[in-house]
Design a protein around this ligand. Structure first.
Ligand SMILES: [Zn+2]
Length: 238
C-alpha cells in the first residue's frame, strides 16, 4: 500500500515536473511536438498512396475549381472534397477576400482555367468580426486586408459574412464578366456554417450566390441546372 502511494506521489511529481518543464519551454515545445506529429502524418500519407498518385501530380495540375476561403483553422477542404489534390486551386486569406490576393485568383481562373470560382465565407469569422468593429489599433498589414471587407459596423457576424461573400462574388463577376457570359466560368458564393447560424444544419456549405444572383429561389434553380437548360434552349433558337 505504502509502495503504491509512493509510486502515485512519484508519478504526480514527475507529471508536475514535466508540466513545469513544458511550461518553461512554452510555445516552442508545443511547436516542436507538432512538427514531429506533422512529419509522422506526412509519412503515413506518403506511404498510403501509390507511386502513380504522385507521378500524376508531378505531371501538372488542371484544377476544376479556384477556391477563395478564409484562413480560419476551422475551414478546410476536406469538408467539401476528400481528394482535393490537383483539383482545388486554393487561395486563402483573412476574410476570404479577393482584393489582396488578386494575382492568385487570376492565376487560377485565367492560367489554370478552372471553370468554377468558389468563394467561401464561414460562421464565427474573426476577420468579419474585426471588420465590423473598430480595427484601427491592429497592425497596419492586417488593417490593409480588413479594409477590403465592406460591411456595416456592428452587424451580426453571419450577416457580415454573407454580405462579404456577396461583395466578393460581385467583384469576381465584374472582373470575369466575359468568361461568365461565354459560359467558361461559374462564380459561386457560399458560407460554410459550422456553427449552424443559418439554421440549415451544422457543417453545411450553404450556397448563397450564383454569378451575382442572390435570390434564394433563383440560386436553387441555377444549381439544379434550370438556368443552364434555359440558356441552352435560348441558344438553340439562334
Ligand atoms: Zn474567417
Amino acid at each position: 500500500m505504502k509502495k503504491q502511494l509512493a509510486f502515485v506521489l512519484a508519478a504526480a511529481f514527475l507529471a508536475a515536473h514535466v508540466f513545469a518543464a513544458e511550461h518553461e519551454h512554452g510555445e516552442a515545445a508545443v511547436a516542436q511536438a507538432f512538427i514531429k506529429e506533422i512529419q509522422s502524418r506526412n509519412a503515413a500519407y506518403a506511404g498510403a498512396h501509390k507511386a502513380a498518385f504522385f507521378q500524376e501530380l508531378a505531371k501538372g495540375q488542371h484544377p476544376r475549381a479556384t477556391v477563395v476561403t478564409c484562413s480560419d483553422s476551422r475551414v478546410h477542404t476536406n469538408m467539401l472534397d476528400e481528394t482535393p489534390e490537383g483539383d482545388l486551386f486554393m487561395v486563402r486569406d483573412i476574410g476570404n477576400q479577393i482584393d489582396t490576393a488578386r494575382g492568385s485568383v487570376e492565376y487560377g481562373v485565367n492560367h489554370l482555367a478552372s471553370s468554377l470560382l468558389l468563394i467561401i465565407g464561414h460562421s464565427k469569422c474573426g476577420a468579419i468580426a474585426a471588420a465590423s468593429g473598430d480595427y484601427s489599433k491592429l497592425e497596419a498589414p492586417i488593417q490593409k486586408e480588413l479594409d477590403t471587407i465592406k460591411i456595416g459596423k456592428g452587424v451580426a457576424n453571419i450577416d457580415g459574412v454573407k454580405t462579404n461573400v456577396n461583395n466578393q462574388v460581385a467583384d469576381a463577376v465584374k472582373e470575369y464578366a466575359d468568361k461568365i457570359k461565354e459560359g467558361h466560368l461559374l462564380v459561386i458564393g457560399a458560407v460554410y456554417d459550422f456553427a449552424d447560424d443559418m439554421k440549415q444544419g451544422a457543417g453545411k456549405l450553404n450556397v448563397i450566390n450564383v454569378n451575382g444572383e442572390t435570390d434564394a429561389a433563383k440560386v436553387q434553380a441555377a444549381l439544379s441546372g434550370k438556368v443552364a437548360e434555359h440558356e441552352h434552349e435560348h441558344h438553340d433558337h439562334h
